[in-house]
Design a protein around this ligand. Structure first.
Ligand code: 6PG
Length: 259
């Protein structure tokens, strides 16, 4: 069962019955966006989310019918953020997507653009990743950020998305597309895409699942604006479309009245 609410201009909220159906809805949309991008300009660029919610989606994309429908030869995969660990580490967002999806599909290796967040010099790694985005999306690193065809995002129970955590430095970044971000609660520094490039996404797709997200989802979508405390509220596409795909458990505290 799904119900659509419009939660603001250029935004949609779809409440999906359960995690399995959520993953299938996400796989269908991911694939349609990829097919449309390749039909339009011969290429599909996507920034993947980390964490656990997208695992069901990535598993579906590695299997029929999606793995055959997806235009892997014309697809470029990036990440929205990465932990300060090597690719083989169990916490690696790259490692998770590679194991579940990318190692199982015919995407050319040079079209998988890993964030090297394990580097000692994370400022340099951020600059290199920005340059890689610029080269691939045919932008100039000093220009306006380019638009990914699709950006997948998750929502943390503290309101973070990507590695834009509450009250952290990266929330204030207005120029760079990729930055290191120190997260005091985790006592670690991660690499993350920033608001300027995230909000340029042609389609930004949040995947939110589980009762433990109900409170934060209600706060983000229907509570007062408080983006330092709830960084996911900073995600407002400049010209693209924002879609929230949430399951019923995560949506259980949303009021049906307009936000
Ligand atoms: C990460 C993600 C992060 C994630 C949220 C939700 O590196 O972990 O980029 O933003 O999307 O923390 O994570 P779950 O899907 O595991 O709840």
């Amino acid at each position: 069962m799904e119900s659509g609410h419009t939660v603001g201009y250029l935004s949609d909220l779809l409440v999906i019955a359960d995690p399995t159906t959520l993953a299938r809805e996400a796989a269908e949309r991911f694939t349609q966006i990829a097919e449309e991008a390749v039909a339009r300009c011969g290429r599909f660029t996507v920034a993947l989310a980390g964490g656990s919610t997208p695992k069901g989606l990535y598993s579906l994309l590695a299997a029929e019918p999606y793995c055959t429908r997806l235009p892997w030869q014309n697809t470029h995969v990036f990440w929205g953020d990465e932990r300060a660990v090597p690719p083989a580490h169990p916490d690696s967002n790259f490692g998770m997507a590679a194991t579940i999806l990318l190692n199982r599909v015919p995407i050319p290796a040079d079209q998988v653009h890993r964030m090297q967040a394990e580097q000692a010099d994370l400022d340099a790694a951020a600059g290199e990743y920005q340059a890689e985005i610029a080269r691939t999306l045919a932008a100039q690193p000093s220009d306006e950020p380019p638009a990914f065809d699709l950006i997948l995002l998750g929502l943390g129970t503290d309101g973070h998305t990507a590695s834009l955590f509450p009250y952290t430095q990266a929330l204030r970044e207005t120029a760079r597309w990729v930055v290191p971000n120190y997260i005091p609660e985790l006592k670690t520094t991660r690499l993350t895409l920033t608001i300027p490039i995230l909000n340029r996404g042609a389609t930004i797709l949040f995947l939110v699942s589980g009762a433990e997200k109900a409170s934060v989802l209600q706060a983000v979508l229907q509570g007062p604006a408080d983006p330092k405390r709830l960084p996911a509220q900073l995600i407002r596409p400049v010209a693209g479309r924002l879609v929230w795909l949430v399951d019923q458990a995560a949506a259980s505290r949303l009021s049906d009245k307009a936000p």
